[in-house]
Write a protein that binds this ligand. Structure first.
Ligand SMILES: [Zn+2]
Length: 475
């Protein structure tokens, strides 16, 4: 394989160094900006810490902490970011800088009054309409900084987001407004994990944000049912981008690639932008990830949040005979059409309770039962798109508790939704494949490399655990 072409991997043979460090080195060799996010399986964040992390909009990844990537909080304006209007020649003693955090319901004129700048608003009204608009809806929680000189507003800096600065500065003939965007740096990051309970928990453990976990679940969800198909020991590696502002993490961007081992089958997909600039996700063989049918009518987010602290397969006891599949979910969970089609039934249907049936192309139809209510603005005959909400989970009809009963029929014949072979999306046309292969080759090679490094680390972790606390995963 590619192993001996990559110097970084050879370092794995050196037993004297900690595996984590070695992985970092391999990774660094691969790409100057790559960061290895990996948590040893023995390290479990305390629940409280997890919860706290979940509440932070931008949780720092463990890697960022381990590597000290992000410097300590920095002043939001660097020297070179000083607003142009900060007059260097003004006597410093005259100027006062006041800091304020926007409160719910605040208006700019209210804030100016609060600081004794009663006359300023009138001048600000002379700003262009589109500039005034930027100051019209201040976001609660965001910072404002006012420089007051000789009782008048010299400068106002409002930061509606981490990367935007709106600067209002006094000029001879009134005020001028300037909007600045801070430079954003993108870094490529990867994480790997083995599933013990759920992809969600494994993702958290690997330091992934909810956003990335959900994106991963939705992408893999085209092929894998995250309620029924997932097994303990399934493995993932995900490659994604993070944005940094002044060395501080700002947010997660999109996923670049995923490798997922589900039971014995490996799925590898990557984000690809074609020559025409259109971006979508494709499997390594060129098949589009998106398909004519979803595996599962519930959002990954709903399914996973519902059972994130339970064991696998938290579904209701099956009642036999059973011609569909049941998904336990909270009442009111949105139910999505698994494919484009036309609603041909939308009413109570005996033991099914409130039921929607959709007819799709090529003789396919799907049924959704026990709904608490239907999708808005739809009726029999309505055309619905894939992922459109057509109802909400309930327990109408013969049902022991809130759940979705889902059936899949081909040519009127019931098929097991879990095992039925769903139509695939069309592969990339032959003419586009060379570009696809050329563009994604590096990324799949990177996935390989990371995976091998990760597997090696798993092996070491298992050896170091004296066999007492070995990996639950594969040999
Ligand atoms: Zn059922």
């Amino acid at each position: 394989m590619i192993r001996h072409h990559i110097p970084g991997l050879r370092r794995r043979a050196d037993p004297a160094r900690k595996h984590r460090l070695r992985l970092l080195v391999s990774a660094a060799l691969l790409s100057g900006v790559i960061v290895f996010v990996i948590s040893a399986r023995t390290e479990q964040l305390p629940q409280a810490a997890q919860a706290a992390q979940a509440e932070q909009p931008q949780p720092a990844t463990q890697a960022a902490e381990q590597l000290q990537l992000a410097p300590p909080t920095i002043a939001y304006l660097d020297a070179d970011e000083q607003p142009a209007a900060a007059p260097a020649d003004a006597p410093a003693g005259n100027a006062q800088v006041r800091h304020y955090t926007v409160q719910p319901g605040d208006t700019l004129s209210g804030i100016l009054d609060h600081f004794g700048l009663h006359k300023t608003m009138r001048h600000l009204l002379a700003l262009k309409k589109k500039d005034r608009k930027l100051l019209a809806n201040l976001r609660p929680g965001r910072p404002l900084e006012l420089t007051i000189r000789d009782g008048a507003l010299a400068e106002l800096i409002y930061r509606p987001s981490r990367i935007e600065h709106i600067i209002v500065s006094a000029r001879e003939d009134g005020y001028a407004l300037e909007k600045r965007l801070l430079p954003v740096e993108t870094r490529e990051v990867f994480a790997s994990g083995v599933i013990a309970d759920s992809l969600y928990l494994a993702g958290r453990k690997a330091g992934l944000s909810d956003k990335i976990i959900i994106e991963m679940g939705e992408l893999l969800g085209w092929d894998i049912d995250f309620v029924y198909d997932i097994r303990s020991g399934d493995r993932f590696t995900v490659l994604y981008e993070e944005s940094y502002v002044h060395g501080e993490k700002w947010k997660d961007n999109h996923i670049t690639a995923i490798e997922f081992l589900n039971r014995k089958k490996t799925y590898r997909l990557a984000r690809y932008t074609d020559a025409a600039g259109k971006t979508d996700y494709y499997m390594e063989n060129g098949r589009r990830v998106r398909k004519p049918f979803l595996r599962n009518p519930l959002e990954f987010k709903r399914v996973s949040s519902h059972f994130s602290n339970r064991r696998l397969h938290p579904v209701l006891n099956k009642v036999r005979p059973h011609r569909g599949v049941d998904y336990a979910a909270k009442r009111g969970t949105p139910v999505r059409a698994t494919g484009d089609g036309k609603i041909i039934h939308r009413a109570r249907k005996g033991g099914y309770g409130k039921t929607v049936i959709i007819r799709h192309d090529r003789g396919y139809s799907t049924l959704y039962a026990h709904l608490s209510r239907y999708g808005r603005g739809q009726r029999v005959g309505s055309f619905v798109r894939q992922k459109q909400v057509i109802g909400y989970v309930g327990s109408t009809g013969l049902s022991t508790g809130p759940h979705l009963h889902y059936e899949f029929r081909v040519g009127g014949v019931h098929k097991n939704p879990l095992t039925v072979k769903l139509p695939n999306s069309r592969p990339l046309p032959k003419s586009k494949r060379p570009h696809f292969r050329k563009t994604t080759r590096d990324i799949f090679a990177k996935l390989n490399l990371i995976n091998q490094a990760y597997l090696a680390s798993l092996g070491e972790a298992a050896n170091n655990a004296d066999g007492a606390d070995g990996e639950p995963g594969r040999p």
